[in-house]
Design a binder for this molecule. Structure first.
Ligand SMILES: *Cc1c(COP(=O)(O)O)cnc(C)c1O
Length: 606
């Protein structure tokens, strides 16, 4: 492995002739247990990064956009970091993870009224105001709520820094913040407004910055500006927020050393303020990438390997949907074998994803000790930041699972998105329709004489294990006869499909007994295996829904296994939409299985 320079791998990762281990766990074992692509987080490393910031800086903020899961938010809160959110969605994530509003700061260059209202109503600690128009809106909203909102103004310090143009945010021409020359007018205006209290200035110069110098320059710009502000408006800042952007190692960069940066930055603020005769402001920083980036790796399974123009092209089971950074800003990663390395000689390979884009290249020329073969496991280093949080479902690919490892134990943080998850936003296309009558198939209320036929279809579906909740057939023919004696009432309908004198399918729809859910009915159904795919299920369901509508049932609900495609398609045709998911709700002989909950409203006005 060409391991020059500082390691981009997590602190508790070991790469040797057996492959990759993280916190004592074999990557291969994790890949088998949780599937691939898989994000593996070294939890102790992450915790230590958060702790380092909390130790070196007063009240740093973690920029949650870098990796926004509840687990990470809670972990950094525990370690003493507050939170920086860029949108209402990120504020919601912080609140839902249990963060107190007083530990959340909102920024963003185009905040909506709804976002500002959320910030004010929840009592967020600070709003970093981007522009004069936002300041006026925020003032109005705060006064409506009868509160005074603390704010910072985002200054464009015209200090450019960062690894790529797309992530440099402090230059002239940037869409973020206000140029230095505009600030005095905005400060004067802020001081007149009753709904806001201006407490300081904010600047964020860029991302993946590897030197201390640009930060010191930004401090000087802000302090000079404070001198001018004091002279022109009498304003004195309590807070100077210097943003984030601290660079990490992806391949062989030397990361920005926090124990050099922190004292230099804090001394520049203190010394610079004292020298200018300013009140020494409280210094905030907003790390994102440098908290999570190097704590995680992504594992991919190798599929097809081709050679084109002498270069091995190695296709893996992820790509631009789980990591867009190589395509978005030419980001480079260190790659290694996570399974036993091939050692047939150093080679440069192109690692591509599975998506339908030529640009879906994760690593254009990764150095490896041998050419990977199908089934090998590869690891990308330092994939914690801006990968999962930028993930998409392109090509209907679900987002990967994320697992945290510590002390030889693995815990799932985010489960893998499956096909049912990807369906969950699909809305019903039409109201439930009636199925056309089927030639030679009669749908009618069940009779006691159908007991044996019903049980045969039931037994068959139970044995298949994929369709019905039941593990065993509990009813005897005698019991079934009794149930079928009164098959249609106000409370239930038990219908069968009969073809050539034989029961080929059944449906039982039952109204909920409790008064508050009396308007709801649920059902179970099955069709004999060799009669499936001919519309018998549709015919049964159509009749059951007719019964429900006639009896004033307003809503029909059901549960189905996430991989029962035929049933999911049938229910969707009748307008059912996904309403939730019960994890491991069924214990089948094959293990715990999730159930998808679906519902359809029968009342037109819903
Ligand atoms: C994105 C962002 C950060 C965090 O940047 P990193 O490069 O992840 O450290 C901090 N502050 C602001 C305003 C940001 O937009």
């Amino acid at each position: 492995m060409a391991a020059s320079g500082p390691s981009p791998w997590p602190a508790n990762a070991v790469l040797d002739e057996a492959g990759l281990r993280v916190a004592g766990l074999e990557a291969e074992e994790l890949a088998v247990r949780f599937g691939t692509p898989l994000l593996v987080a070294d939890e102790a490393h992450l915790r230590e990064r958060a702790r380092a910031f909390a130790r070196l800086f007063p009240h740093p903020l973690y920029a949650v956009k870098a990796f926004t899961s509840h687990h990470v938010i809670r972990l950094v809160l525990e370690e003493g970091l507050d939170l920086l959110a860029a949108t209402d969605g990120e504020v919601e994530a912080c609140l839902r993870a249990g963060a107190p509003p007083s530990r959340i700061v909102l920024h963003g260059n185009n905040k909506s009224d709804a976002e500002l209202r959320l910030a004010v109503a929840e009592g967020l600690r600070l709003v970093n105001v981007d522009n004069p128009e936002e300041l006026e809106r925020l003032d109005g909203i705060a006064r409506e709520h009868g509160v005074v909102q603390d704010v910072l103004l985002r200054v464009l310090p015209e200090v450019g820094a960062g690894a790529h143009r797309a992530i440099r945010t402090g230059e002239a021409g940037s869409k973020f913040g206000m140029p230095v020359a505009e600030i005095p007018t905005v400060v004067a205006r802020a001081m007149e407004l009753a709904g806001v209290r201006l407490v300081g200035l904010h600047a964020h110069i860029g991302s993946q910055v590897l030197e201390v110098q640009p930060y010191l320059e930004a401090v000087d710009v802000l302090l000079d500006l404070l001198v001018e502000l004091r002279a022109r408006t009498g304003f004195e800042a309590d807070v100077l927020d210097l943003g984030g952007g601290f660079g990490v190692a992806y391949t062989d960069e030397t990361p920005l050393a926090l124990d050099e940066l922190a004292p230099a930055l804090l001394a520049r603020v203190r010394g610079g303020a004292e020298r200018r005769g300013l009140r020494v402001p409280h210094t905030l920083v907003e790390p994102g990438r440098s908290v999570v980036g190097q704590a995680m790796v992504t594992l991919y399974r190798v599929g097809v390997v081709k050679v084109r123009e002498g270069v091995p092209i190695v296709a893996v089971d992820g790509g631009m949907s789980d990591n867009i950074r190589p395509m978005l800003y030419g980001a480079r990663y260190r790659v290694a074998f996570a399974s036993r390395p091939r050692t047939d000689g150093p080679v440069r390979v192109r690692i591509v994803g599975r998506h339908c884009e030529s640009g879906d290249v994760l690593a254009p020329d990764a150095e490896l000790p041998g050419v990977p073969r199908p089934g090998d496991l590869l690891a990308f280093a330092a994939t914690g930041a801006y990968t999962y949080s930028m993930a998409s479902n392109y090509n209907r690919v679900g987002r990967p699972a994320v697992v945290g490892v510590e002390g030889g134990r693995a815990r799932l943080w985010l489960r893998r998105e499956d096909a049912a998850d990807l369906d969950r936003l699909e809305v019903a296309r039409a109201l439930p329709r009636r199925a056309a009558p089927l030639e030679g198939v009669e749908i009618r209320p069940a009779r006691p004489a159908d007991a044996a036929g019903f049980l045969a279809v039931y037994r068959e579906a139970v044995a298949e294990e994929r369709y019905l909740r039941a593990e065993r057939v509990v009813r005897t023919v005698r019991e079934a006869r009794r149930v079928l004696r009164r098959s249609v009432s106000d409370d239930q309908a038990f219908l069968v499909a009969v073809e050539a004198g034989a029961v080929v399918g059944w449906i039982q729809i039952v109204r909920e007994p409790h008064p508050v859910v009396r308007h709801v009915a649920t059902f179970g159904m099955a069709v004999a295996r060799e009669r499936r795919g001919r519309g018998i299920g549709s015919a049964l369901l159509s009749e059951a829904l007719r019964w429900a509508r006639d009896r004033g049932v307003a809503k029909v609900e059901l549960s189905v296994y996430p991989d029962n495609r035929a049933a999911l398609a049938l229910y969707r045709r009748f307008g059912f939409v996904e309403e939730g998911r019960l994890s491991g709700h069924s214990r089948k002989p094959s293990g715990y299985r999730d159930e998808i909950l679906m519902g359809v409203w029968l009342e037109e006005e819903r």
